[in-house]
Write a protein that binds this ligand. Sequence first.
Ligand SMILES: Cc1cc2nc3c(=O)[nH]c(=O)nc-3n(C[C@H](O)[C@H](O)[C@H](O)COP(=O)(O)OP(=O)(O)OC[C@H]3O[C@@H](n4cnc5c(N)ncnc54)[C@H](O)[C@@H]3O)c2cc1C
Length: 391
Amino acid sequence: MRVVIVGGGFGGVRAALNLANLPNFDVVLVSKQPYFEYHSALYRSATGRSPLEVAISLTDFFAKDNNITVVQDEIIHFDPQKKLVAGFAQAVYHYDVLILAVGVVTQYFGIKGLADFSHSVNTLKEALSLKSALHKDLLSSHHSERNYVVIGGGATGVELSTELVGYLKHIRRRHNVKTKFNVDLIEASPRLLSSLPTDFTDKIEQRVKRLGVRAHLNTGVKSETVDEIELPRGEIKSHTVMWTAGVTNNPLFAKYPKVFQLGKGGKVIVDQYLETQPGIYVLGDSAATEYSGMAQTAVYDANFVTSNLKRTLNHQSRLSYQPKKPIYAIPTGPHWAAVLWGNVKIYGYAGWVLRRLADLRLYLSFLPLAKALTAWRAGFIIEETCSICKK
Ligand SMILES: Cc1cc2nc3c(=O)[nH]c(=O)nc-3n(C[C@H](O)[C@H](O)[C@H](O)COP(=O)(O)OP(=O)(O)OC[C@H]3O[C@@H](n4cnc5c(N)ncnc54)[C@H](O)[C@@H]3O)c2cc1C
């Protein structure tokens, strides 16, 4: 069976690993970048940790697998009649089964100025560009006070804003500058992480405030210019605004309305096998499943789809998809995390240790031991391009 997997992220890599070295499967993994990105650690790369924990070469996953071919290409065309997808330079990939795990893209909801002036942290490139912007802004400042604004009180906004406080202090200390700064966290809904239980998010909110982050709730951003962000109750002067509040589905799907029916957030509506048509599967962030938007869901989906492919080859009936509730672990500043595991809630250092162990577990499930440990340990290493901050 020739399986073409598009997307070398959580879902795509997991699906390919599950089919590795199985004689009945011939797998081509096509991804537009040559490395996998561990998104959960992007906020750390933006605030001084080594990018080696985020970017892992796709070939590191499949070094010993002889039925997996990894191709760097961006799929731009799709022909379900001919059972093929095509990339740049007219490269064509024929399939019996197609797995689409292409993730999501940043969305600004048409808010004026955001696309031009704000920073995103959805890719490693963006995280490193933000890190350098933070540095430049704090050091080139001729003002006595700077504002750093994070938009979006979801997990990424909370993680980034709280880690930022320590990082900005670090830059200030290393460079011996006295510039004062504020970190503002803007959220449109009445509380942070509004989809999670109130008692859980209350603790996170207290921690956010204790770290000195100014949380503005019930506050929708109106627009951004080069030097300020406009809010309903006035503006905040800032040259460094970070947008973490919106994603939408990969635009690939909207090009083929006959094949992909789109639901909320442009996510693809899938059946009980995560199929849209016989032999075409959509998983992870792109699929309209209950817990879509989490790495754990993408991995779970990949396990589900590949297990059904194996069942089909063994003449067994396929199982139906049952959504699995993820575990939430929200790092909130140094060595502190809030963990929600079913009904169990853990806060503080123990939560942070659990979160780091969960990172390790994920690396170990994807990579050989030595490579998993290297990626995980990189999360403890400060990596600065600035020679002064390095010390
Ligand atoms: C900053 C941030 C922090 C996060 N933190 C957490 C967390 O702590 N816990 C958690 O569970 N989840 C977290 N998530 C969500 C998690 O990263 C996603 O749910 C997960 O990555 C989804 O996996 P996926 O396989 O669907 O897509 P992705 O992992 O995004 O992979 C998509 C892949 O497809 C490739 N691609 C896209 N278009 C094409 C194309 N046309 N042709 C070829 N290749 C293409 C991309 O390059 C990428 O490699 C976070 C996300 C972000 C952005």
